[in-house]
Each structure stands twice: as structure tokens, then as C-alpha cells.
Ligand binder design. Structure first.
Ligand code: PEP
Ligand code: MN
Length: 348
């Protein structure tokens, strides 16, 4: 629930409310506005409202229960957008972020050349997997730690912050050495121990929606992260399992406006994994932007025909600048500002 303090409430009055929340076994989350302080009591609202009889206490203006099962990430909790800032590249609140790079780090040259291409095309962040969640145990599983070192070198050279996936708690320490954003993949959306552990870090998180999960489950997973203290979360729609076989997954475009109505977090779209086909990435990306997405994450490779993973859906790096220029027109149409990266060249 939220406790809205009166304008001019004193520090002692605010602290008294925070102490009462702690005594009730809940966690207080302070948000100080220009005039008013709002204190979130994070716990089960049904119990808290009864337990914490705060109405009428000195300095308390009103007590508002949050009815949704997720609290910190809900729009009820924070009326404005939660803007996630990654070294000056912003997602949400009118800012649009473009994440691009290979599906997986295959070698130094492939990654560095892709990093240069996506930087020149105007990307805000570089993506690249070191640990890969592959359906078959016989396919390329990612280079692991050496890939992280290559990603660090790519960031050093291009200045692009790095997004990379952690699949398992045992990888977290190494991933934290390099990642500017920690990716939690679709298959790990409900790995609750991993969510909690990532929530204890200071790093922004990219949380993908599971292949067969509801929007409510997705937001509850975000709440697992936020509850531990880290609410720098970017939600990512990446397609869901349906009966359709023409595409790899079905892009759930309505998840974008629905998640944005329910949650204060930025929502981005991954058209690459949704479509699984290079020819559909551009129309899906355009649709995502116009549906209100706060960013995109796409796969780019210098020679997709030789890619070790997800070749059919990776955009050729020498065509990426034209691709970005096209998407940029939709970004402009929506009145969003693309942050970070280089100026985007005109359409070719
Ligand atoms: C990825 O982004 O590399 C990936 C494996 O995505 P997802 O978890 O959405 O399948
Ligand atoms: Mn991939």
C-alpha cells in the first residue's frame, strides 16, 4: 500500500511511518516528490492495511491500498514512467533505446565488427550472448567467460554499454564484471532464485517475457527483482508460443500497451526472436514502435549464413544502418527521442 504524506510533513513524521512499516515486517520504499513524500509499504496489502492503522497519524494525508498482486512495478505505485538509464542511454518516459548485436559472441572479429556496425548505425547498446539457452544440448552453447572478455573489449572500443544474459546463479559473478545490463531470458523468467539474486545487484535488468507466460506472471517476476531493491527493470516482449508455425513465435504486440498500462516500467520488443525470420524483423519493429514500445533489441551479424546460432533471424550488419533509418522514422513519428549512439544516417 501507499502512504501519501501531507505537504510539509516533517522528517520525524516520515521516519515514524517507516518505523511502523518495518515493525509490521514489511519494507518501506520512499519516493520524495517536490512537495509530497509517498511511502510504499511492500508486503501483502490485505494484511498490511489491517495491521498498519496509519490513517490519522501525524503527517499522514491518505493511505491507498495497491490492489494489483505486483506493487513496486505497478502503475498504481508510481504514476510517472520508471526511466531506466544505462550510462546515459534511456528507456521510457519518452526516451527510446535500441539494443543491437549478435545473438552470441562467436569470436573476437565477429563481435568487434558487429559492434562497430551497430554503433555507426546509431544503436544505444550492444547485445551479445556468452551463455546461451539452446534447445538442443548438441548445438553451440556459447563461449562463456572468454565471450565476456570480448564484450568488454567491444565496449572499450565503441563506448557502447553491454547487455548480456545470465542463465544461472553460478555465472552471475562473472557476468557482473562486464554487463551494463543483465539479461534474464525468456526461459528463466520464472527462475525465482535468479530473479531475487539479480534484484540484489545494482545493475539494470532486461527481463524477457516467457514463451508461455501471462503478462501478470511477467510483472510478478519483475516484482521479484524490484522487491530486492533493484527496480531498474526493462520489460521485453519476445514472442509467445501459439499454434502458428509460419513464424518462430507469435509477437504479442498487445503485450506492449497492456504492460505499459499496468506497469510503470519501460517495455521493449525483440522482433528477432519473435519472428525468427529476417524479412519480418523490420515490419515487426515498426509495429512495436507504433504500439508504444520504449525500445527494441535486435540481432545483427556480419555473415548470418555462417552464424553459430539464430542465423535466419540476424540482420546483416552491412544493411543495418538502412534498417535503423527506417525504424527511426517510426520513432520520430511517435515523438520519442533515441538516446545514445551516433546520429542515424538517412535511409538508403
Ligand atoms: C537471446 O536474446 O539471445 C535469447 C535467447 O532470447 P530469449 O530468451 O527471448 O529466447
Ligand atoms: Mn538469438
Amino acid at each position: 500500500m501507499m502512504i501519501v504524506m501531507q505537504e510539509g510533513a516533517t522528517e520525524a513524521q516520515i521516519q515514524a511511518v517507516v518505523d511502523r512499516i518495518a515493525e509490521a515486517g514489511a519494507r518501506a520504499h520512499l519516493s520524495r516528490g517536490e512537495f509530497v513524500t509517498v511511502i510504499g509499504a511492500i508486503g501483502d496489502d490485505r494484511e498490511l492495511v489491517a495491521q498498519l492503522d496509519l490513517l490519522g497519524e501525524p503527517g499522514v494525508e491518505k493511505v491507498v491500498p495497491i490492489l494489483k498482486p505486483y506493487k513496486i512495478v505497478s502503475r498504481e505505485f508510481r504514476h510517472g514512467d520508471r526511466v531506466v538509464d544505462v550510462a546515459g542511454r534511456r528507456f521510457g518516459g519518452g526516451a527510446f533505446g535500441l539494443i543491437a548485436g549478435p545473438c552470441t559472441v562467436e569470436d573476437r572479429e565477429q563481435t568487434l565488427s558487429t559492434a562497430r556496425a551497430v554503433k555507426a548505425a546509431g544503436a544505444s547498446l550492444l547485445r551479445g550472448g556468452a551463455y546461451k539457452p539452446r534447445t538442443s544440448p548438441y548445438t553451440f552453447q556459447g563461449l562463456g567467460k572468454p565471450a565476456l572478455e570480448i564484450l568488454a573489449e567491444a565496449r572499450e572500443e565503441t563506448g557502447l554499454p553491454v547487455v548480456t544474459e545470465v542463465m544461472d546463479l553460478r555465472q552471475l559473478e562473472d557476468v557482473l564484471e562486464v554487463a551494463d545490463v543483465i539479461q534474464l531470458g525468456a526461459r528463466n523468467m520464472q527462475n525465482f532464485d535468479l530473479l531475487r539474486e539479480v534484484g540484489r545487484t545494482d545493475r539494470p535488468v532486461l527481463l524477457k517475457k516467457g514463451l508461455a507466460n501471462t503478462i501478470e506472471e511477467w510483472l510478478l517476476s519483475a516484482e521479484y527483482v524490484a522487491k530486492e531493491g533493484n527496480d531498474q527493470i526493462i520489460l521485453c516482449e519476445r514472442g509467445i508460443r501459439t499454434f502458428e508455425t509460419a513464424t518462430r513465435s507469435t509477437l504479442d504486440i498487445s503485450a506492449v500497451p497492456v504492460a505499459k498500462q499496468l506497469s510503470c516500467l519501460p517495455v521493449i520488443v525483440d522482433p528477432s526472436h519473435a519472428a525468427g525470420r529476417r524479412d519480418l524483423i523490420l515490419p515487426m519493429a515498426r509495429a512495436a514502435v507504433v504500439a508504444g514500445a520504449d525500445g527494441l533489441i535486435v540481432e545483427v551479424h556480419p555473415a548470418p549464413e555462417h552464424a553459430l546460432c539464430d542465423g535466419p533471424q540476424q540482420i546483416r550488419s552491412d544493411t543495418f544502418a538502412a534498417w535503423v533509418a527506417d525504424v527511426k522514422r517510426c520513432v520520430d513519428l511517435m515523438g520519442l527521442v533515441m538516446t545514445g549512439g551516433e546520429p542515424v544516417p538517412a535511409a538508403v
